[in-house]
Every structure is written in C-alpha cells, then in structure tokens.
Write a protein that binds this ligand. Structure first.
Ligand code: NAD
Ligand code: DAU
Length: 339
C-alpha cells in the first residue's frame, strides 16, 4: 500500500506516520506538509531514515504542487491531517483557517478524484458538533448529532466535512470521516493546553486558565487516535463517519492541577485569565459505532498517557525549547500579554 499523509510534520500526523511505519512495515508513506509554524521536520527525523518514508514540502492549497505529487505517486490511500488547528488563532485571524481547512481539502479531493485514488480519509474533530451542557453528563456526541459550530476553526472543519460528503454523494467519491476528541501526547505544539501547562510549570511561569477552568474536554492519547484511523482506512465502510473517543472527560482545572502535582510545583502558579470568546463548555464522544463495527478500544489510560507525555516533554526539552524561545514568544505575548 502507498499512503499520502498530509500534515505529516504536525502533532497527530507525525504520530500517525510512526504508528503506520511500525504497524505496516511494508507500506510506503509520503508525508506532505507546508511546514507552517506548527509543522516541524525535526519531528520526522527518525522517519526520514526509513526507506519507506519520503517527505514532500507542499501546501495543500497549491493545486499544481498537489497534482504533481499525485501524478508522481499512485496512492492507495490519502489521509488528510493538514489543517490550521488552534481555536484561539482562529478567533484572532479566521482567513487562513478557511483557506487551508476548506480550500485545501477541496484541492485534495479534486486530486484524489482526478488520479482515481481508491480511498480518502478526512481527519475531522468533535468540535463540529458544538458543545454539550455541563449539567447533562448523560448527553454525548454521536454520529447523528447535528453539526453546530462555535469557532471559525470548527466552522472551517465542519465545512470540509460537508465538502467531503458532497463529493461522496455527487461523484461517488470513496471517503470516510473521523471525528476525534482532544488528543495529547508527544510532539504536541506548546500552544495547546497540556504542553503549554507543562512548559510553563517547568519555567515557573503563570498557568493561564481560561474563565473558571470548569470547561470539560474528553482526552485521548494520540496513539489511540492513530490506531482508530488505521482501522478506518483499512476496514471502515466507505461513506461513513466514525466518532473516536475514550470516555475520559476532565475539567481544565483538574488537568492543570494534575500537571502541577506531577512536576512538584505550586498551585499558586495558576492564574485565571479572560475566557476564550465563544468557549465551548463540554465535549464528550460516544464511540459505540467504531467499537462495535471495527473493534476499536483505547489502550492507554489517562493516568499512564499523561505520565508518558510529561516524561516526554521532560526528556525532549530541545524539541519544544526551540519553539518557545523563537517566533512563538511573539504569539504568546499577543495572546496572553494583557489577558
Ligand atoms: P497541528 O497544528 O499540530 O498540525 C497541523 C499540520 O498541518 C502542521 O504540520 C502544519 O504545518 C500542516 N499544515 C497546515 N497548513 C497546511 C497547508 N496549507 N498545507 C500543508 N500542510 C499544512 O495539528 P494536529 O493537532 O496534529 O491536528 C491534525 C488534524 O487533526 C487536524 O485536521 C485537526 O483538525 C484534527 N484534530 C486534532 C485534534 C487535537 O486534539 N489536536 C483532535 C481531533 C482532530
Ligand atoms: O476536541 C478536539 C479539538 O481539541 C481539536 O479539534 C483542536 O485542533 C485542538 O486544538 C483541541 O481544541 P481545544 O480548544 O479543546 O484545545 P486547547 O488545548 O486549545 O484547549 C483545551 C481547553 O483548555 C479549552 O477549554 C481551553 C482551555 N485553555 C487552553 C489554553 C491554550 C486554557 O484554559 N488555557 C490555555 O492557555
């Protein structure tokens, strides 16, 4: 099998490349990435030593560049991870989200059709379902939950899902979509909650908790997301949406306190800051469909996954140290300076 993995130099894309190279050592993977602020070729250093992995620097909105990759390689499967992924950035500047997440997806769909790729997978998010109330723990997102978005990020991701479904219906395009809850693990960019809190704790910097810290996210270890996508692209039914999540709901403040305690720091670092605009209250995935149809279950419990993740950030300070000391400092000042 030959796979195209877009967004391969990002957090989940890179973890997926490593998962596939190990699980299917005979498969060939082409990783494509524009290397935006969130893409880091260092993350793929080990993969680049594998003769079955090749990297192409390209922007998914660049039709000529994308077509030429599809022309050169005959892909059996395309997995699209490439996206602008950070909600706060989408609130500051929505335009790039629409461009990459919607138009970029369209370019990939057109190329996959033109070059008759037998299987396309769109990596989507639970955020397309909007949010759930905090006082209704009985409610979960199913694949039937209506699309109801809150941020420019989630609106752009929902738009790309709708485009994929339109290509399915109109052209008989062979696609699947997955909608996963919040991921955590190695190589996550330090703008996201868990790595940001680890990095700030280690630097004894304030820990900026939005609002009262009571919003709930449903955390899944990244390798379990990769395992689910691997099953969907090989055994999932064309035309279907699969939700992915491991029933692991936690409030933000509990996550922050857990990190503080694991790093033996003081809770006095916690600083409550102005809430995110339009902040989704709670996400919670019902994974019954993928469990029943494909036998997927998560393997890494949160207590283990968070330990692995914290240890990874402790042992790989160069990877994120370079990020937090570079261009990212300007972003951090802008977002948190007088919040
Ligand atoms: P990320 O920001 O870490 O990585 C995104 C990657 O896409 C980066 O390497 C970036 O360089 C690349 N990219 C951005 N624009 C591009 C373009 N125009 N052309 C080519 N490459 C481009 O994001 P992530 O957390 O790894 O998320 C990957 C995918 O999974 C996204 O589609 C996201 O919506 C989805 N998702 C993420 C989570 C999560 O918790 N992180 C959960 C569910 C779904
Ligand atoms: O649910 C899946 C989504 O999870 C993905 O589609 C997105 O790509 C991914 O970024 C993530 O979105 P969130 O907005 O949930 O993740 P983030 O890490 O930005 O924030 C998690 C929670 O923590 C959220 O309620 C906001 C809060 N938060 C975040 C940051 C960065 C803080 O309280 N302080 C912070 O500094």
């Amino acid at each position: 099998m030959k796979l195209l993995v877009t967004g391969a130099a990002g957090f989940i894309g890179a973890n997926f490349v490593y998962y596939e190279l190990e699980k299917h050592p005979d498969d060939v993977i082409v990783g494509l990435d524009a290397l935006t602020y969130a893409g880091n070729l260092e993350t793929l250093e080990a993969a680049l030593k594998n003769p079955n992995f090749k990297f192409v620097k390209a922007d998914i909105t660049d039709r000529d560049a994308v077509d030429s990759v599809f022309e050169d390689e005959q892909f059996d499967i395309v997995v699209n991870f490439a996206a602008e992924s950070h909600v706060d950035r989408s609130i500051e500047d929505p335009a790039i989200f629409l461009r990459t997440n919607i138009l970029g997806t369209q370019v990939l769909l057109d190329a996959a059709r033109k070059y008759k790729v037998p299987r396309y997978h769109q990596v989507s998010t639970d955020e397309v379902y909007g949010d759930l109330p905090l006082n209704r723990p009985d409610l979960l997102f199913t694949e039937q939950t209506p699309i109801h978005t809150s941020s420019p990020y989630s609106a752009s991701k929902a738009s790309s899902d709708l485009l994929v479904q339109a290509y399915q219906r109109t052209f008989g395009f062979p696609a699947t979509i997955s909608r996963c809850s919040n991921n955590y693990g190695p190589y996550q960019f330090p703008e996201k909650l868990i790595p940001l809190m680890i990095a700030n704790c280690l630097a004894d910097k304030p820990l900026p908790v939005y609002g009262e810290g009571l919003n709930v996210r449903d955390w899944l270890y990244v390798a379990d997301h990769c395992k689910a996508i691997d099953l969907i692209i090989r055994e999932g039914r064309v035309g279907e949406v699969y939700n992915i999540g491991g029933h692991n709901e936690m409030t933000n403040i509990d996550i922050v306190k857990l990190i503080i305690s694991a790093l033996d720091k003081s809770e006095s670092l916690i600083t409550y800051v102005t809430d995110r605009k339009g902040h989704d209250l709670r996400y919670a995935i019902d994974p019954t469909k993928i469990t029943n149809e494909l036998g997927w279950t998560p393997e890494t419990m949160f207590a283990d996954g968070i330990k692995i993740t914290i240890d990874w950030y402790l042992n790989n300070r160069d990877w994120w140290g370079n990020i937090v000391s570079g261009e990212y400092t300007k972003y951090y000042e802008k977002m948190y300076g007088d919040r």
